[in-house]
Design a binder for this molecule. Structure first.
Ligand code: GDP
Length: 397
């Protein structure tokens, strides 16, 4: 865990890097043991888990939603770590915008799930901010109020902590990361808020353990060498954070979310959809006029597309027709060729038939002639025999 996104009063806390002390701090802040299951370091994707609680203290009721960024920072690709958080925040804005755009709005009873504050947990390393921390805060600063906190501040000495705070702030400024500033426009809280802005990022210690100090039981972390009291301002900034977050500036956090972050989202979204407040020559444009202009533009675009499609269709038909004509020409040529070949074959056959018929006639003639010869010779031999016989008979008489 390095950071922790949180929203109160319909706000959410998100856990990212496991073990940085987010759950303990949230429990300590609201003096409640929120149900929290241990998160593993081995999530392939960042998952945002929201849980809503109804808290009662004296006569104050608080609906608190805590959002955990489970698995944050465990990905190799940094974008994969913070993008789901950006998407989640945008999704809550989108849901609110959709409700606002309804004809029958019920914003009064609407469960506002927009994130009102992000507590970004920074490891007490004493070194520079990690690239992921800078990238994440940079991509979130226009969407949510970021309050950076140095987690487990008891792990760093007082002198080092001061230097670390200065280093972190100058890094955030030089990288252009906008963190939430406690407002100083309301006279009643201007002084305290201005002074608190000078203590950012708050160095916090969390613990639900009670230790006896003097004759009082206090929330603390006990070590062999002594006790770190959570609510002792000499030990850490826990009380400052709690006061600023839950008492002094809770309303401002909600207001900033609505008037700055949501407004920006809404404006970008509506502009993306083509809405604008002014027309050409900077003339104010009503929603009705924008709608009409948009409808006109859409209609024109549809007609242009239709015309384009018609032309494309005609072109395609022409192309297809040309291909078919070419195929027809080829077929015709093939047919003519075959016809010619067939004609030639037929003529050759005719020729052969004629030749054969002539041969048959010649043969028949030959046959007839030979038959005549055969008959004649037969007759001739018959009369010779008779003559011989007669001759023989006359000799005997
Ligand atoms: P999470 O995973 O970020 O929610 O971290 P946890 O709140 O579960 O804390 C992880 C471990 O850090 C636990 O053993 C806590 O007791 C310890 N821890 C929490 N807050 C602090 C702190 O302020 N200082 C120190 N030294 N340890 C802390």
């Amino acid at each position: 865990w390095c950071s922790h996104l949180g929203k109160q009063c319909g706000g959410q806390k998100t856990k990212n890097r496991t073990g940085i002390g987010k759950s303990t701090l949230i429990d300590t802040l609201f003096n409640t043991n929120f149900e929290d299951h241990e998160s593993s370091h081995f999530y392939p994707h960042v998952k945002l888990k929201a849980q809503t609680y109804e808290l009662h203290e004296s006569n104050v009721r608080l609906k608190l939603t805590i959002v955990n960024t489970v698995g944050f920072g465990d990905q190799i690709n940094k974008e994969e770590s913070y993008q789901p958080i950006v998407d989640y925040i945008d999704a809550q804005f989108e849901a609110y915008l959709q409700e606002e755009l309804k004809i029958k709005r019920s914003l009064f009873s609407y469960h506002d799930s927009r994130i009102h504050v992000c507590l970004y947990f920074i490891s007490p390393t004493g070194h520079s901010l990690k690239t992921l921390d800078l990238l994440t805060m940079k991509s979130l600063d226009s969407k949510v109020n970021i309050i950076p906190v140095i987690a487990k501040a008891d792990a760093i000495s007082k002198a080092e902590l001061q230097k670390f705070k200065i280093k972190l702030m100058s890094e955030l400024v030089s990288k252009g990361v906008q963190i939430y500033q406690f407002p100083t426009d309301d006279e009643t809280i201007a002084k305290i808020n201005a002074s608190m802005n000078g203590h950012l990022p708050f160095a916090v210690v969390g613990s639900m353990d009670e230790v006896k100090v003097g004759n009082k039981m206090v929330k603390a972390r006990q070590y062999p060498w002594g006790v770190v009291q959570v609510e002792n301002e000499n030990h850490c900034d826990f009380v400052k954070l709690r006061e600023m977050l839950i008492c002094t500036n809770m309303e401002d956090l909600r207001e900033q979310t609505h008037t700055r972050h949501y407004e920006l989202y809404r404006r970008c979204k509506l502009e993306e959809m083509g809405f604008t407040d002014v027309g050409p020559e900077n003339k104010p444009l009503s929603l009705q006029e924008t709608y009409e202009a948009k409808r006109h533009e859409f209609y024109g675009e549809c007609q242009r597309k239709e015309e384009e499609m018609k032309q494309m269709f005609v072109q395609r038909v022409k192309e297809k027709e040309a291909i078919l004509k070419e195929a027809e020409r080829e077929l015709q040529a093939k047919f003519e060729h075959l016809k010619r070949v067939h004609q030639e074959e037929r003529m050759k056959l005719e020729e052969k038939r004629r030749f054969l018929e002539e041969e048959i006639i010649a043969f028949s003639k030959k046959k007839a002639t030979s038959e005549i010869y055969q008959n004649q010779s037969y007759l001739a031999s018959g009369s010779n025999l008779k003559k011989d016989k007669d001759r023989k008979n006359s000799n005997f008489m």
